[in-house]
Design a protein around this ligand. Structure first.
Ligand code: F6P
Length: 322
């Protein structure tokens, strides 16, 4: 392998820096040259590359965001854009790439490798959403659920003080993993996620019963992709039919930033080293994952198509414990 490049793409996730560090340092350690590609696929098209040394990734393991920055590139969706990216990689003597990102990143990598099979790409799952098949945990998820949990804890204090019902919206366009874990960890009364159908009548009924039982405050965690709408839409319907004073908080991008947890740093480091090893063993077109503590390789097409399913036991727990 001539040179191994690394880039981050799509929504940033805490732990991406730890993964970049692991890719750069293990590449150098195994006797190869490491290159950083800035701004994801867009930077690949524009040749925004930098040769990385060991010290280029010093002091970043504890940082959220990504030192290589990230982007969602429309140009890479076109054949011409991908042709330019290929030219840039060839010109820079790069024949191995580690892509850190989510389903959009691996969809792009798959198409690119079909057109240009002489470039080997291996993926590391970097997304707070935890929605990739082939890994129990994605890089950033653990930090995001802890951030969401702390924010909801704070909201619970004020909800209690004022006898209020709060709808808290967490991220997860297509997946309810953040909502479910953060909701369980904070003792939420309800968790609404895109994987299950939200029944507004039974939600209103339950909240009214809680009110009659003199439950003074309630928290409903809503995943942004819930089928009944966002937290504002749902709260509007509930407000009309339920006597609670109702408030809405959207946690939004605060869940994407912050210092990665210990688990995210260690997991990201392990995945980064494993991705380089995979490339050096001649593997390509696979995402590195961790299942039951073991490193596994899943072809991109499976990682993106077979969405992770929600554990029904966790859903049942919300109901039993609320
Ligand atoms: O995929 C990660 C994610 O944070 C989703 O949870 C969210 O829906 C989306 O990215 C937001 O994207 P953007 O930062 O482009 O608004």
């Amino acid at each position: 392998m001539k040179k191994i490049a690394v880039f981050t793409s799509g929504g940033d996730a805490p732990g991406m820096n730890a993964c970049i560090r692991a890719v750069v340092r293990s590449t150098i350690r195994f006797g190869h040259e490491a290159v950083g590609i800035y701004r994801g696929y867009q930077g690949m098209i524009e040749g925004d590359f930098e040769l990385m040394e060991r010290y280029s990734v010093s002091n970043i393991i504890q940082l959220g965001g990504t030192i290589l920055r990230s982007a969602r590139s429309d140009d890479f969706r076109t054949k011409e854009g991908r042709a330019k990216a290929y030219e840039q990689l060839k010109k820079a003597d790069i024949d191995g790439v580690v892509a850190i990102g989510g389903d959009g990143t691996f969809t792009g990598a798959r198409v690119f490798m079909e057109e240009y099979p002489d470039i080997a790409i291996v993926g590391c799952p970097g997304t707070i959403d935890n929605d990739l098949f082939g890994t129990d945990y994605t890089i950033g998820y653990d930090t995001a659920i802890n951030t969401a949990m702390q924010a909801i804890d704070n909201i619970k204090d004020t909800a209690n003080a004022h006898d209020r019902l709060f709808f808290v919206e967490v991220m997860g366009r297509d997946a309810g993993f953040i909502a479910l874990r953060a909701g369980l960890a904070t003792g939420a009364e309800e968790v609404l996620i895109p994987e299950t159908i939200t029944n507004m009548d039974s939600l209103v009924k339950k909240l009214n019963e809680d009110y009659r039982r003199k439950k003074n405050s309630s928290i409903v965690v809503v995943a942004e992709g819930d089928d009944a709408g966002g937290a504002f839409d749902i709260a509007k319907v509930v407000k009309e039919a339920c006597p609670y004073e109702t408030k809405v908080t959207i946690l939004g991008h605060l869940q994407r930033g912050g210092r990665p947890t210990c688990m995210d740093r260690v997991r990201a480091s392990n995945m980064g080293v494993s991705a380089v090893k995979a490339l050096l063993e001649g593997k390509k077109g696979v995402m590195i994952g961790e299942i039951k503590g073991e490193i596994v390789h899943t072809p991109f097409e499976n990682a993106i198509k077979h969405n992770m399913s929600i554990n029904p036991m966790l859903l049942e727990m919300v109901e039993i414990l609320a």
